[in-house]
Design a protein around this ligand. Structure first.
Ligand code: NAD
Length: 248
């Protein structure tokens, strides 16, 4: 069992959606939480809400695509909350469009945010856990990585999420040697802010808030039975997996 209380956790993409749910659930269990996001004001709002409810949280800016930014985030967290033993590499983004409609930069961006974002966080935080022989690594993948044809028109995202699954499954073996747990989450539909967030940090690509967001081709057929779950419910399932050292 991994005890969450009294630990320091970092949640990337903590300013919105699943990350916000994770940050709040971790704080409610007594963890000190670093809420990291590329949109700093969202991270600040989450940290303020946690502190107002009697928890302990800090907000920190981070672009998970940039290794220097991830290491600067780590230094800021270590200075304020001490060493991190719970890593939630959760930040992610996508668009829904044919790969022939995408610029090379867009493909790179999706691989960078999703796959390299998790990789950069592991590079920053995992060695300290190995040295301490303690901790838990968690990453948010997607059903898009498990069943790539279920929701079409986001091929680079499926590739990145399948990459995350492979990395976490492989790492789980060596992490276990040091008593470090691993969880890779593969959610289906979750109510989140991805549409607006995309538009806010990449306005040149997606337009301003309310104008663009996640692009959806007109051929896109949403599955009638696709249920979008509330992020709080997903966060609780995640913490159960972390507590019990379950892989998925
Ligand atoms: P969200 O947009 O509400 O949250 C994602 C957060 O990541 C945002 O706060 C955003 O600002 C942040 N972010 C984006 N790029 C970043 C970067 N470069 N550096 C730091 N932060 C960055 O969406 P969500 O659904 O809560 O997404 C969380 C995770 O869940 C993602 O990895 C996503 O791919 C995954 N996921 C979501 C769904 C769904 O249906 N919502 C399904 C499967 C997987």
């Amino acid at each position: 069992m991994t005890d969450i209380s009294g630990r320091t956790a970092v949640v990337t993409g903590g300013g919105s959606g699943i990350g916000r749910g994770l940050a709040e659930a971790l704080a409610a269990e007594g963890a000190a939480v670093a809420v990291a996001d590329i949109i700093l004001e969202n991270a600040q709002a989450v940290a303020e809400a946690i502190n107002a409810a009697g928890g302990r949280a800090m907000a920190v800016h981070c672009d998970v695509c940039e290794r220097d930014s991830v290491f600067a985030m780590k230094a800021a967290i270590n200075a304020e909350l001490g060493p991190v033993s719970l890593l939630f590499a959760n930040a992610g983004a996508t668009s829904f469009e044919r790969i022939t409609d995408m610029e090379v930069n867009d493909v790179d961006w999706i691989i960078q945010v999703n796959l390299m974002g998790v990789t950069n966080c592991l590079l920053a935080f995992y060695p300290d856990m190995v040295a301490a022989r303690d901790g838990h690594i968690f990453a948010t993948a997607s059903t898009a990585g498990l069943m790539p044809t279920f929701v079409p028109y986001h091929a680079p995202y499926s590739a990145a999420k399948l990459g995350i699954i492979g990395m976490l499954l492989n790492l789980s073996v060596e992490a276990a040697e040091f008593g470090i747990g691993s969880t890779v989450l593969c959610p289906g539909g979750v109510q989140s802010g991805m549409k607006d967030n995309n538009a806010r940090y990449r306005p040149e690509r997606f337009g301003g808030p309310g104008e663009g967001g996640v692009r959806v081709p007109k051929e896109f057929v949403a599955h009638d039975d696709l249920v979008f779950r509330p992020p709080e419910e997903v966060a609780e399932l995640c913490l159960q997996a972390v507590r019990n050292n379950r892989l998925m």
